[in-house]
Write a protein that binds this ligand. Structure first.
Ligand SMILES: [Fe+2]
Length: 435
């Protein structure tokens, strides 16, 4: 299978026994079943499992080539058909967003910033930290506010629609960490998962409403780009450091170094409509006793008495595993992104399942800056406004508060001077932002 893992890593499998089983959880299922009815949920379940048969065949066959790759110039001049195709897959690589010498220079500057402030910088995972709790290095600020990057973020934000007119595609700059991953160190911390909350998808009324077509028995009508509904979803209703407080139209990373498959890179499940529908419906159905019937969706039993939401922990991202989510055929469908080069970017929809490779068998550091496409919504603007205060003081932003760093004291911290693109860059950072 081109692009699929040759050997599935020993990522955890999720079972009722090792899950979070709170009494209140059954009520969340009952509330949805009462509102939409067993018939509609079962109808969706059968449709989604049928769709997955052909979808998983296609992904297994095509592998990495399912992930479109295009140049920066191409994405700035898309035909409506091409744009619809990219939206449909929900993930893609945009090459050359910044030129290679610039990205190379950024990487050298990032390494120097980290080396100069080594005694103060912490990271994750604790035993082999390489996701560094650094938010305000000149490299990160420059990458986030580079004119090409801002233009691309604006473009991707505009792919969502909002009939209420209370949002805009103007990009906001959500500060996240930087990753410098050394070779030959395995990392098991990020198996298949979906960000933007976990249990919140079933519990928060606004979030649940985003998926109303799925609950109504019409999963094929689910629109993954409805910002009017999504902008009010509270993905952090349960709190937890895994949950971002802002809505990100697309998550993304920007490569500072070259890294290919088996070099600590990213795996994506290239589908944005069916996987999330399956994930949402899965807790309402119990598998047949005879294991040989598991892939036959008609043999699963509707049951809202169970407290278990497979792969769901309130305070963590939504996890998925082959045994808890068998119809996804994760072993065949988590495919490598293509080789990335300095200045390239990869983007995936906020409902997309993704994972980070366990192995890094290359010879060099694999480094990326996490930069998302974050539109202007009332909730996002409030967060970015507060983030600006943190930035000016050199503090970690609210979503990463636990790191407790003070970068204003770091060697190489330049504050506002690191922002590119003039007023547009400053606006993205929250200056003059009306909330
Ligand atoms: Fe993630």
């Amino acid at each position: 299978m081109p692009g699929a893992l040759k050997q599935w890593p020993t990522w955890p499998e999720f079972t009722k026994g090792n899950g979070e089983n709170e009494k209140a959880f059954a009520q969340y299922k009952k509330d949805i079943a009462d509102q939409y009815g067993e018939h509609a949920l079962r109808q969706s379940w059968l449709k989604v499992c049928t769709k997955l048969e052909s979808l998983t065949d296609e992904i297994g066959e095509k592998g990495t080539s399912m992930i479109p790759t295009l140049s920066y110039d191409e994405i700035r001049d898309l035909s409506p058909e091409k744009r619809a195709q990219l939206q449909g897959v929900g993930c893609f690589v945009v090459r050359g967003v910044v030129d290679r010498p610039t990205a190379d220079e950024w990487f050298q500057e990032a390494k120097a910033y980290v080396a100069d402030n080594k005694s103060s910088i912490t990271g994750w995972p604790e035993e082999t930290p390489f996701v560094l709790k650094v938010y305000w290095s000149p490299t990160q600020l420059a990458a986030r506010t580079h004119p090409n990057h801002l233009a691309l973020q604006r473009e991707l934000n505009s792919w969502w629609h909002d009939g209420s007119n209370s949002t805009s595609p103007d990009p906001l700059s959500y500060a996240d960490a930087i990753r410098i991953r050394p070779p030959k160190v395995p990392f098991f911390g990020l198996g298949p998962h979906i960000d933007a909350g976990s249990l919140a998808r079933w519990v928060d009324p606004a979030y649940r409403n985003v998926y109303r077509k799925i609950w109504e028995g019409k999963p094929e009508e689910h629109d993954p780009y409805d910002l009017e509904l999504r902008k009010d979803a509270n993905q952090a209703i349960f709190g937890g450091s895994a949950h971002s407080s802002v809505f990100r139209a697309y998550q993304g990373w920007t490569a500072l170094t070259e890294a290919g498959p088996r070099e600590g890179s990213l795996l994506l499940y290239p589908d944005v409509q069916t996987v999330v529908a399956y994930l949402l419906l899965r807790p309402f159905f119990q598998p047949p006793e005879d294991e040989s019937d598991v892939m036959d969706a008609t043999k699963w039993t509707f049951d809202v008495s169970s407290t278990w939401f497979p792969g769901t922990w309130r305070h963590d991202s939504q996890m998925l595993s082959p045994s808890s989510h068998p119809h996804l055929r994760l072993q065949s469908c988590m495919v490598n992104i293509p080789t990335m080069y300095p200045g390239d970017t990869v983007w995936w929809h906020c409902d997309m399942c993704h994972a980070v490779e366990v192995e890094h068998d290359g010879e060099n550091d694999a480094s990326v800056v996490y930069i998302a496409a974050t539109p202007t919504t009332p909730t996002n603007a409030r967060y970015i406004k507060a983030q600006l205060d943190d930035f000016l003081a050199g503090r970690a932003p609210e979503d990463f508060k636990s790191s407790g760093s003070n970068e204003s004291a770091y060697k190489g911290f330049l504050g506002e001077k690191s922002i590119l693109s003039g007023e547009e860059g400053r606006r993205a950072m929250g200056f003059g932002l009306a909330v």
